[in-house]
Ligand binder design. Structure first.
Ligand SMILES: [Zn+2]
Length: 213
C-alpha cells in the first residue's frame, strides 16, 4: 500500500483550515498521530525506511534513534525491520525534550548506546525539521555518527543542511502543500473557521481573542 493511501485511510490527511506548527496557515494538515493507531501500517512504513538503509556496507547502522513521543514507536519498528533484514541486532532508542524544551537528550541509560556507533535518525513528518535536527545534535554530542535521516514524509522541502548537514535524507514521500502567512491566507479572507482539534488552531484563536480585548 502506498504511503499516501495509508495516510488517507488512517485519517492522517485532513482537509480544512489549519494553523500549522510553524504558525503558517494551510488547507491540508497531516495528523501523523492518527497513523500510530494502526500498528500494522506503521510497521509497513518503517519497513520501507529499513529497506532503504539495510545495506551494512553503505550504512552499517548500529542504532536507530528518534524524538519522543511518536518517535518511540518509529524507532522500535524501524530497528525491528533492520534487525530482520540484516539478521543481527539493531538497537532502538529515543531522545526526550530537555526540561527547558530547547534540546533533546538521551535519558534512561540510552546515551551509552550512542557513542562511537552509527546512528540512523528517524522521524515521522518533517515540517521544519526542528526535532530531527535536535536529535542529530544530541547524537553528535555523545560522539555518535549520524549516517542518515529516514522519514515517512518530507512536507517542508527540508534539506540535509536544514537538519545539521546529515549525509542523507530518505523520505517515503515528499509532499509540498501550499501554506501562507496569516496575512496572506485566502481561507482567513473567506472567514473559513479554523480547525481547533489539531495543529495550533486553538492557540491561534486564543491569541486573536486576547488581542481583541
Ligand atoms: Zn488562515
Amino acid at each position: 500500500m502506498a504511503i499516501l493511501e495509508i495516510f488517507e485511510r488512517t485519517g492522517a490527511i485532513l482537509k480544512g483550515h489549519f494553523v500549522l506548527a510553524s504558525g503558517k496557515h494551510g488547507s491540508i494538515y497531516i495528523n501523523k498521530d492518527a497513523v500510530y493507531r494502526y500498528a500494522e501500517l506503521v510497521s509497513t512504513l518503517c519497513k520501507g525506511i529499513a529497506e532503504h538503509f539495510r545495506n551494512p556496507t553503505s550504512y552499517g547502522i548500529d542504532v536507530v534513534a528518534a524524538p519522543a513521543v511518536g518517535g518511540v514507536i518509529l524507532s522500535q519498528w524501524t530497528a525491528y525491520w533492520l534487525s530482520k533484514l540484516r539478521g543481527e541486532t539493531i538497537l532502538a532508542v529515543f531522545a526526550e525534550k530537555s526540561e527547558d524544551g530547547k534540546t533533546f537528550i538521551f535519558k534512561r541509560g540510552y546515551a551509552g548506546s550512542i557513542a562511537k556507533q552509527r546512528i540512523l535518525v528517524v522521524e515521522d513528518v518533517l515540517t521544519t525539521g526542528g526535532s530531527a535536527r535536535k536529535v542529530v545534535e544530541a547524537v553528535r554530542n555523545l560522539e555518535g555518527e549520524v549516517v542518515g535521516l529516514g522519514v515517512f514524509c518530507n512536507r517542508g522541502g527540508i534539506t540535509p543542511e536544514d537538519v545539521g548537514n546529515v549525509p542523507e535524507i530518505f523520505a517515503l514521500i515528499d509532499l509540498d502543500f501550499e501554506s501562507w502567512d496569516e496575512a496572506d491566507c485566502p481561507l482567513c479572507a473567506q472567514r473559513v473557521p479554523i480547525n481547533t482539534e489539531v495543529g495550533k488552531g486553538r492557540e491561534f484563536l486564543a491569541r486573536k481573542a486576547g488581542e481583541g480585548i
